[in-house]
Each structure stands twice: as C-alpha cells, then as structure tokens.
Design a protein around this ligand. Structure first.
Ligand SMILES: [Zn+2]
Length: 169
C-alpha cells in the first residue's frame, strides 16, 4: 500500500474513530484483497451476472456511479460528465475511470448479495450483548477502493479521486 493511500485512508477513518493507529487494519485489507481470487475480466462478469451498464450524462452529479438492485434487475449507472471532469485531473483516463466505476459498483453488488466476506470491516461489538454485526461504512469503502485497485491493477487507489484537490497531503 502506498504511503499516500495510507494517509488518505487514515484521514477517512480518523473522522469517527478515536484510535488513530490503523496499521493493523491496512495490513488486513492488503492481505484480504491479495487472497481474493480475482477474475479480471470485469466486463464478462457483468454480462454473466446480468448487470446492465447505463451511461447517464446528467451534469452536476456529485456521484461517479451507483448501483440499483431491484428484484431481478441490476443496473450500474455511470455518470459520464462527472468522469470527464475527473479525467481532467490527469490521474486516470476516462476509459480507466469507467472501469473504476464498474468495479466499484460491482464490489457493492458482491457485498449486497453476500458473495464476499465482510468480517474485517465489521464494527467491534461494544458490549457482549450487542448482537449486531454492523458494518463500518468508512472501512467498507476503503476495502472497496483497495479491491478496485487490485482488480484493475491500478498504480494508485481510486480513493485519490476524492482527495486530490481538497487538501494537500
Ligand atoms: Zn462505494
């Protein structure tokens, strides 16, 4: 994991968590993603899973993409205007950004359909009687970004897209 990725991830996690040593978690997610059996032919998987890709050219969306799952229909929306803007930052090309959105939303599909083990992003139980196995959404997104990086063999985690212009790291 790159130093800058760790710094961004740490920033995301420090918003809500009091602890600020996340090295063990970073090590865990690296191992987790390393051990996943990845089928890199994303577009083929999407066809097999009957996930439809919809390009939406709505302007001024703050989203890059989203997935909608209803009964038997699964749709990934790609906000192409948002991606064109992001491509201007020069980190990823438009083609790469499209694949990043597909991979990101596909991860959420795996999560939603229980096809992926999420134990490492579960919240620690605060009390022994607490039976809830709630997911820490910040940790989940970090896992997702790291999954996308590995699946698409990117040189840097897509998390950089959310942080590049906001503050100097
Ligand atoms: Zn996400």
């Amino acid at each position: 994991m790159l130093k800058i990725e760790k710094e961004i991830y740490q920033k995301i996690l420090s918003n809500k968590n009091k602890e600020n040593n996340f090295d063990a978690f970073f090590y865990e997610i690296e191992n987790y993603v390393k051990n996943l059996k990845l089928n890199r032919n994303l577009n083929k998987i999407l066809v097999e899973e009957k996930i439809e890709i919809i390009f939406d050219n709505k302007k001024n969306s703050f989203l890059r993409g989203k997935i909608e799952i209803e009964n038997n229909s699964k749709k990934i929306f790609i906000y192409i205007e948002t991606l064109k803007k992001a491509a201007k930052e020069g980190i990823f090309s438009l083609e790469e950004l499209i694949e990043i959105v597909k991979a990101h939303e596909y991860f959420h599909y795996l999560e939603y359909s229980g096809k992926i083990d999420l134990e490492i992003v579960e919240r620690k139980k605060s009390r022994w009687w607490d039976k809830k196995r709630a997911i820490d959404m910040d940790k989940l997104e970090i896992l997702c970004h790291h999954y996308v990086k590995k699946l698409l063999d990117l040189s840097i985690s897509p998390v950089i897209l959310d942080y590049k212009n906001k503050e100097k790291i």
